[in-house]
Design a binder for this molecule. Structure first.
Ligand code: FAD
Length: 379
């Protein structure tokens, strides 16, 4: 952003940004519209991203690329800048892989993480069920111990990377106690008997992203695939969700920045009543307001990033960043679309796609109402 330094990023982060930009230009931009038509990104792209060192950025070698969350943030920003919304990289690298790294046994880490870093194995996490979204404690998927296996029964929905995933962390009830107690995390691998996938869900946005229903009918999951301790799943989930919320905030700020710049360019080039649209005071005031709000968001999100790199980001701050970021992104992208007039409503104009894709930011990762609940608890 003009005139703004970002001390949270080091030189190695900025060098990584240059590398990511080249990859985006070469391997993503030319193909993204096709992926949106197909509703999925080919697994070959995941392999290329693995070869380029773009997956599991924040985990140590050999589980990842030996970077930190700053590298993850750079990748998230660069994808948001071009609205490459078809890619499910952050669920894979910044949600699933960190769970495996934090709570997995040495054997589990060796089996799954290096393959995930290479893009040969794609990760998903399945919490949400048709009857339980915000209220994770209400999940009904159950896993009953039977010798060396768990017998898993239930249904999950809205699962990102659901079709391509070779490994899914499934949130299931292993105990009979209600609520948070008795919730465990089970790693279910492709080919597990009784594990099937439903249709890929059609969405109004994120059209290239693979979002699926998953079914477990007496699925036999080896007991060795339990992640961490039995009954501790809810605690693990609560611990890791802040990072997911920060990702949404980082993406929102980068998206606003990119589309503000494009809107400035567009309005400077478009004439109405003998002057450019940019020259109308209404336009300049809208864009000035957007810049002022974005600058505040950026400072806050970068502060959250710095805290997170020191492992000091609280759940409350992460919730504030997600709430403010996604709300602001929705509001400002709507203003930017308006300034594009009818062209903004045309499919070939990128602002329309970004506007629709932004909508889910207020819903997933915990809805913005739930974010307010989290903030309200600390009042
Ligand atoms: C594109 C997409 C990708 C997703 N990817 C995944 C994934 O990979 N894995 C996964 O597990 N899930 C995923 N989800 C699910 C997502 O996390 C849930 O949709 C979200 O948590 C909300 O749950 P719900 O849809 O059941 O809504 P509900 O919980 O039914 O909420 C409906 C409305 O009620 C409000 N509400 C609920 N509780 C409260 C409350 N206590 N106070 C005030 N208002 C409340 C909500 O804010 C919302 O407005 C994805 C969703 C989408 C759309």
């Amino acid at each position: 952003m003009d005139g703004m330094t970002r001390p949270v990023f080091r030189d190695d982060h900025e060098q990584f940004r240059v590398q990511v930009r080249r990859f985006v230009e070469r391997e993503i931009k030319p193909f993204h519209a096709g992926w949106e038509e197909q509703g999925i990104v080919p697994v070959s792209l995941w392999r290329k991203a693995g070869e380029e060192g773009l997956l599991n950025c924040m985990l140590p070698v050999p589980y990842g690329q030996g970077g930190d969350f700053g590298h993850s943030a750079v990748l998230i920003e660069e994808l948001a800048r071009v609205n490459a919304s078809a890619l499910g990289f952050s669920v894979h690298s910044e949600v699933v892989a960190p769970y495996l790294h934090a709570y997995g046994s040495e054997d589990q880490k060796r089996r799954w993480l290096p393959a995930m870093a290479r893009g040969e194995l794609i990760g998903a996490i399945a919490m949400t069920e048709p009857g339980a979204g915000s209220d994770v404690k209400a999940i009904r998927t159950s896993a009953r111990r039977d010798g060396d296996h768990f017998i898993l029964n239930g249904q999950k929905t809205f699962i990102s990377n659901g079709h391509n995933a070779g490994i899914v962390i499934v949130v299931a009830r292993t105990g009979t106690e209600p609520g948070a107690k008795g919730i465990s995390l089970l790693c279910v691998e492709e080919g597990t008997p009784g594990f099937t996938r439903g249709k890929r869900l059609k969405k109004i946005g994120l059209r290239g992203q693979d979002t699926a229903e998953l079914f477990f009918e007496n699925a036999r999951v080896p007991a060795a695939n339990l992640l961490g301790e039995e009954g501790q799943g809810f605690k693990y989930l609560m611990h890791e969700l802040s990072q997911e919320r920060l990702i949404i905030a980082v993406r929102a700020a980068a998206s606003i920045e990119a589309f503000l710049a494009r809107t400035i360019d567009y309005t400077r080039g478009r004439k109405a009543f003998g002057q450019t649209v940019f020259d109308y005071q209404n336009t300049r005031f809208k864009l000035a307001e957007a810049k002022a709000q974005l600058t505040m968001l950026r400072v806050f999100v970068d502060d959250c990033l710095a805290l997170h790199l020191r492992r000091e980001l609280s759940a409350e701050r992460a919730a504030m960043a997600k709430l403010n970021g996604s709300d602001m992104q929705n509001r400002l992208l709507d203003e930017f679309l308006q300034l594009h007039g009818g062209y903004g409503f045309m499919s070939e104009c990128e602002i329309g796609g970004a506007w629709i894709d932004a909508r889910v930011g207020r819903i997933y990762g915990g809805t913005n109402e739930i974010m307010k609940e989290i903030v309200a608890r600390g009042l």
